[in-house]
Design a protein around this ligand. Structure first.
Ligand SMILES: [Zn+2]
Length: 242
């Protein structure tokens, strides 16, 4: 007997937020839509359309201009606007937030967003007037764009959540952790105690794997054929890994 083809129930959505409702707190894609290629394509299309509009307002100097509004868009935000969303960003209800400090209380405030273009619009046309250092934050960190690898001067480090270069500071009270560090030549591992640092805006620490990948680009050294003795990496370049 031929089995009937399963047809997904269709219903008109009043709001994008109706797609979500899965997970413990209801912030993940609902079970009905999870894995549905049409839903993913729709979300991707919305991202590319919205980002296209925002991108058309960004000049070559990276400044967003719309009427009287002007805002310098960080390099990482421009980079993400021009790329497709990753799976973790598709299935999350609020993958982005905008953060700023309240001028009255000095408290850090947040507003969560479902779409990146909405977050950029909010920062450029509203939040920046309250706090000039208002930032768009990606809750799922992104790696450093390839064009910036190895180009950030000290003490700047790539913050995967702020999507820009930031200074990282020690947490208070001071904490430390241990990490395995691999020598690129001998490929031997050693354990080192490292102080815990954090970004004062988004709170990301130097324990994060996106932080490690972006700031310590591990490249295996090429050894020419015929070379018998190779200097250890510690003698070639003294660099503290944090
Ligand atoms: Zn940050």
């Amino acid at each position: 007997m031929a089995t009937k083809k399963k047809v997904r129930p269709t219903r008109r959505l009043a709001n994008v937020e109706d797609l979500y409702g899965g997970g413990e707190k209801g912030n993940l894609l609902g079970g009905l839509y999870n894995g549905d290629p049409r839903v993913y394509a729709w979300l991707q299309n919305r991202h590319s359309k919205g980002s296209g509009i925002i991108d058309s307002r960004i000049g070559r100097d990276g400044v967003y201009r719309n009427g009287e509004h002007e805002w310098k868009v960080p390099y990482g935000v421009r980079y993400v606007l021009r790329r497709r969303l990753i799976h973790a960003q598709l299935v999350n209800k609020y993958p982005w937030y905008v953060t700023w400090k309240s001028p009255k209380t000095g408290k850090r405030l947040k507003k969560y967003f479902n779409a990146l273009h909405a977050a950029v619009l909010f920062t450029a046309e509203r939040a920046q007037y309250v706090d000039p250092s208002a930032t768009v934050v990606c809750r799922i960190g992104i790696d450093i764009p390839y064009a910036l690898v190895g180009k950030l001067p000290r003490p700047w480090k790539w913050c995967p959540c702020c999507m820009k270069a930031r200074k990282f500071y020690r947490v208070y009270p001071p904490q430390s952790f241990h990490r395995m560090i691999r020598d690129p030549i001998t490929w031997k591992e050693s354990i080192r105690e490292i102080p815990l640092l954090h970004c004062r805006v988004c709170g990301l620490t130097n324990r994060d794997h996106h932080y490690l990948k972006s700031n310590f680009w591990l490249v295996q050294r090429r050894i020419k054929p015929g070379v018998r003795r190779v200097k250890p990496m510690s003698k070639v370049k003294k660099r503290r890994r944090r």
